[in-house]
Design a protein around this ligand. Structure first.
Ligand code: HEC
Length: 115
């Protein structure tokens, strides 16, 4: 009996380790939508422009490939892309947040449309 219990615990531990090692978490668009409050101020603007600190264009992210969006967010977070506002935003996102947001924007072509 005791031996079986020990074996079961070992199996569970191994399973948990495997789960932790799978690289990118699966994105959930519904959870992603909850997190867009952080993004809408810029990516939801008419004409995709923001006026602070200078007028610059904000790229449309709705409808782009989720893989591309996730990669871009990781690059801002890791410092491989240098835009200061996006780096600050991405720094607050977990891998799961990034996957969820990419899933949501990836399947919502109108998410940042002007009307
Ligand atoms: C302060 C305004 C602002 C906010 C808030 C903001 N962004 Fe951005 N975002 C920008 C700007 C400006 C760029 C273009 C930066 C550049 O040229 O690298 C950008 C670029 C991006 C890109 C790359 C797009 C491309 O075509 O390469 C992604 C993806 C992105 N943002 C996602 C998000 C997500 C997701 C959020 C919310 C968690 C968010 N952004 C919040 C202003 C913002």
């Amino acid at each position: 009996m005791i031996r079986h219990a020990v074996f079961a615990v070992a199996l569970l531990t191994a399973a948990a380790t495997c789960a932790a090692q799978t690289s990118a978490p699966a994105g959930d668009p519904a959870r992603g939508q909850d997190k867009t409050r952080l993004c809408e101020g810029c990516h939801g603007l008419d004409g995709y422009r923001t006026a602070y600190p200078v007028v610059y264009s904000v790229p449309r992210i709705g409808g782009q490939h989720p893989e591309y969006l996730a990669k871009a967010l990781h690059e801002y977070r890791d410092g491989e892309r240098s835009h200061p506002s996006m780096r600050a935003i991405a720094a607050s996102l977990s891998d799961q947040d990034i996957a969820d947001l990419a899933a949501y924007y990836g399947e919502s072509p109108k998410a940042t449309a002007s009307k």
